[in-house]
Design a protein around this ligand. Structure first.
Ligand code: SF4
Length: 351
């Protein structure tokens, strides 16, 4: 591994090293495979470390015995890009796997490729360039640009099929052989029933040092504008026992939990989980609340978790707008939600 040789590189090295030193790993992620995969989240460390995709990919890729996967995050100030796991520079990795979740993150993918003089179009790359793999939520709904950039595009959830292909990659393979090995015949996005959870916690993540648990994926409501309702597959949920046991097993390390789902309030066992948190004294936060499904128990659990506000999403300022994109929320629902929040001691709400 090359060490930094100039001040700018040392600064970058120290910044990454500092962020890394503040992480606490819940599961051992060490791997000694010789197929080196860079897992690149094309946004800041704060955002990327709060994305469960980073956690799931790190865990699943490293479970493939021959693979050694390490994390990278985007910063406009980075030039060498040191791994957040071993501080190895990015250009020592053979496979660069980008997890793209938002259209604007694509600009950061381009910036990283440009910095290393890697052509943005896959057909202009040669055998000296890394294999660029693209996956992430954007593959559910917008593939035209990704198909031009990625030597391999994996659509949808991380699939067993892709992991099988990855296990067949040998570090002595040529670039062309790796691309052929990783290219599956799948046309439609993969939908996995396996839900994610944190493998590390970091106080520098946008969610702070909360342990994140994905309790559901997909949404049955199908608001007209929403990708989650239309492209993430049928809704699937984590079992109640699985959720509460996971919380209890992690509680010696942290008692702060974040529940992640397209709509947390559609989780069939949200009341029981909120009660479990109240009973055990766990702090709870949630990614999103459907305002017509709020309950006293959930709001009480949030209030006891020192949350000073809660977030609801009316989405449109007028009933005509909300009806036009089938939000299914009335003005009465909004006022009722605000009233319930007030009764539970909240004085602030985010919309
Ligand atoms: S309820 Fe929320 S997650 Fe579900 S379809 Fe509507 S906007 Fe999307």
């Amino acid at each position: 591994m090359r060490r930094p040789r100039d001040k700018r590189s040392w600064d970058e090295y120290e910044l990454v090293s500092n962020l890394r030193s503040k992480e606490r790993f819940i599961q051992d992620m060490e791997s000694f495979g010789d197929v080196r995969v860079a897992l690149i989240y094309p946004n800041s460390y704060e955002v990327g470390s709060a994305s469960l995709s980073t956690h799931v990919l790190l865990k699943k890729f490293n479970e493939v015995g021959s693979v050694r996967a390490e994390r990278f995050f985007y910063s406009r100030g980075f030039s060498k890009y040191y791994s957040f796991d071993s501080l190895t520079p990015l250009d020592e990795f053979r496979i660069w796997s980008f997890s793209v979740h938002y259209e604007l993150d694509l600009l950061n993918v381009f910036d990283i490729l440009n910095r290393f003089s890697i052509p943005l179009k896959k057909e202009e790359r040669n055998s000296f360039h890394p294999v660029v793999v693209v996956g992430g939520a954007m593959t559910y709904f917008s593939n035209a640009v990704l198909a031009e950039v990625g030597d391999v595009v994996h659509k949808g959830d991380l699939s067993e099929e892709f992991l099988d292909c990855l296990s067949s990659v040998d570090h002595r393979m040529s670039r062309e052989e790796i691309v052929a090995t990783l290219t599956t015949k799948r046309v439609e996005p993969a939908f996995s029933n396996s839900l994610g959870e944190s493998v590390f916690i970091s106080s520098n993540s946008v969610f702070g040092d909360r342990y994140l648990i994905e309790i559901g994926r997909g949404c049955y409501r199908k608001c007209k504008f929403c990708v989650a309702g239309h492209r993430f597959g049928r809704p699937r949920f984590r079992g109640l026992k699985d959720t509460t046991e996971l919380m209890d097993s992690v509680s010696p390390i942290t008692k702060r939990f974040g529940l992640v789902a397209a709509t947390v309030t559609d989780y069939p066992n949200i009341e029981e989980v909120a009660e479990h948190c109240i009973e055990k004294g766990y702090e709870l936060s949630v990614s999103s609340l459907r305002l017509d499904s709020l309950s006293n128990t959930l709001l009480k659990a949030l209030r006891l978790s020192k949350q000073s506000s809660f977030t609801i999403a009316p989405e449109g300022g007028s009933q005509r707008m909300r009806d036009a994109f089938a939000k299914g929320i009335s003005e009465r629902d909004i006022l009722k939600a605000l009233e319930l929040g007030r009764e539970n001691g909240f004085r602030r709400v985010k919309m």
